[in-house]
Write a protein that binds this ligand. Sequence first.
Ligand code: TYD
Length: 233
Amino acid sequence: MKPGANSQPGFFVVFEGPDGGGKTTQSGRLFAHLEKLNYEAKWTREPGGTALADLIREVVLHDTTHEISPRVEALLLSAARSQHVEKVIRPALEAGCVVVCDRFKYSTVAYQGGGSGLNVGDLNGLNKFSTDGLDADLVILLDIDPSEGLCRKLGLGGAGGSETNKMELRGVEYQERAREQFRQMASESPDRWLVIDGTGCADEIGDEISRRVTKELEARSIVPTSASTGRLI
Ligand code: TYD
């Protein structure tokens, strides 16, 4: 078996990108596809993923009673991530699961680094500490012009209309800096990152993602549960 980024039996796929690019739709769709094929799969998201991390999510995204500096924000997100990795992601990977995660540590580099201007080297160090060195095997960047993404998300002429968070209210330039940071990370690690135009047809995007993930699973000899136990699908 070809080992993944973390030499664990499972496979870790992360969806990243500006708000409104379709991460939640496409990560849910991939999860459903994997389940249909009888892979042991788990869907999760950040910020959040455990009860404690969900409490921190609420503070970071919606609390307006406390002044939270960019540094404190990065630390809160990292604390949530550490709990999520320790309690949910690593155990699932160790059990051989395909873990599908809607955002991960790359968002901290993009938003708190690119967006808020914190030092990217410091954030990489913080990410290494909070995740104990866990990397994704594959990062899917659903890339979209933030103005279009925000329109979709905030429902201004798009099909969005979901609840807004503090990040989305930081303006389009903040989002543009975050997007640039995502694109830079992708260009630095082209083997790990798959960049997809988030404005394309959702069905075609879903098919492209399924093909790529299936190929990677085959390369690592990760097989559906039914195949490994000899059951007929
Ligand atoms: P997301 O869950 O994608 O938003 P929604 O609940 O509306 O679908 O992400 C919430 C916001 O958190 C998003 O604007 C990006 C931001 N974020 C950071 O700034 N840093 C991080 O490390 C993470 C994980 C998210």
